[in-house]
Design a binder for this molecule. Structure first.
Ligand code: SAM
Length: 279
């Protein structure tokens, strides 16, 4: 029996699995993630074993519903960037705060690609038994690193076979925003030091009202997690100053081909796409 993270930031991964499970059921789905249903079923069962589990599960479901439209499109945009990176020759993919992501299984990535998944130990204590029970087999090589990004992690990454001389595609889909700013900066510095020329990184640029109801509820739900304020996050300028070529793409332009009604009407919201230049 896999135990779902009961609280803290690892719980947010269950919310995103709910989103991917819902998207996968749509006839016009933007991606298909069959394993999301296995995570959702296991988490639901585990939540319902505890006294207030049914109520907490409803809160997670309700939050996932509120974030669904934008977040689901965001998953697909990251899928597209992964496919582009692999086509451009990246043979290493590192997921910072991998959560219940299953790209190593569902994207038909080539066997010569290695996916490194970094997340908290309690997350993998739930994820790995569910994957085993589902008989899931990754198409790419997959390594799991139960680590805390607030501590030093690059030694563990190298120990799993990561090579700093190969181009890497780094993915952050929300984990870095949970770190205190100093640790956020250190993670960027560490991944920069490990990035061979032509490595890639996408950094989201949001303008959100953190006091708006869904964000306030999310904060309450993960209370006890790594939580962090939203001041002076390193962004495009930091990357440019540290040897990355950057290009900003507005969210409203990226979503056009996907045909979903999730425009934000703010040209400053989008993703900074960074490619590591030659040293
Ligand atoms: C919003 S979830 C996103 C998960 C995944 N990337 C996805 O899109 O499904 C954020 C993830 O970051 C992880 N995370 C947050 N703080 C972390 C830390 N200090 N060290 C490692 N992982 C962390 C959480 O456990 C969680 O799985």
């Amino acid at each position: 029996m896999a135990h779902a993270p009961p609280a803290g930031v690892a719980l947010t991964a269950i919310g995103v699995a709910l989103i991917r499970e819902r998207e996968s059921r749509r006839p016009d789905r933007l991606y298909d993630d069959p394993l999301a249903a296995a995570f959702v079923a296991a988490a639901r069962e585990d939540f319902h074993r505890t006294v207030d589990g049914a109520a907490r599960w409803s809160r997670v479901e309700s939050l996932a519903e509120q974030f669904f439209a934008g977040r689901s499109v965001g998953v697909r945009l990251v899928d597209d960037r992964v496919a582009d990176a692999v086509a451009a020759g990246c043979r290493q993919i590192v997921l910072l705060g991998a959560g219940l992501d299953t790209r190593a299984f569902r994207m038909d990535l080539p066997a010569e690609v290695t996916v490194f998944e970094l997340d908290l130990p309690e997350l993998f204590a739930f994820k790995e038994p569910v994957l085993r029970a589902a008989g899931a087999r990754p198409t790419a090589r997959r390594h799991v690193l139960p680590i805390d990004l607030r501590a030093e992690w690059s030694t563990a990454l190298r120990a799993k076979g990561f090579r700093a001389d190969l181009a890497t595609h780094w993915i952050d889909e929300g984990a870095l925003g949970y770190l205190p700013v100093a640790e956020h900066r250190r993670v960027l510095a560490d991944l920069t030091a490990l990035s061979a020329p032509r490595s890639r990184f996408g950094l989201s640029r949001f303008v959100v009202d953190h006091d708006a109801p869904p964000y306030a509820e999310l904060r309450r739900l993960v209370a006890g997690g790594t939580g962090a304020g939203d001041v002076e996050r390193p962004g495009e300028r930091w990357l440019a100053e540290h040897g990355w070529r950057t290009e900003f793409v507005a969210w409203d332009d990226m979503i056009v081909p996907l045909g979903r009604d999730v425009a934000v009407g703010d040209p400053d919201v989008g993703v900074v796409l960074a490619v590591r230049g030659h040293a």
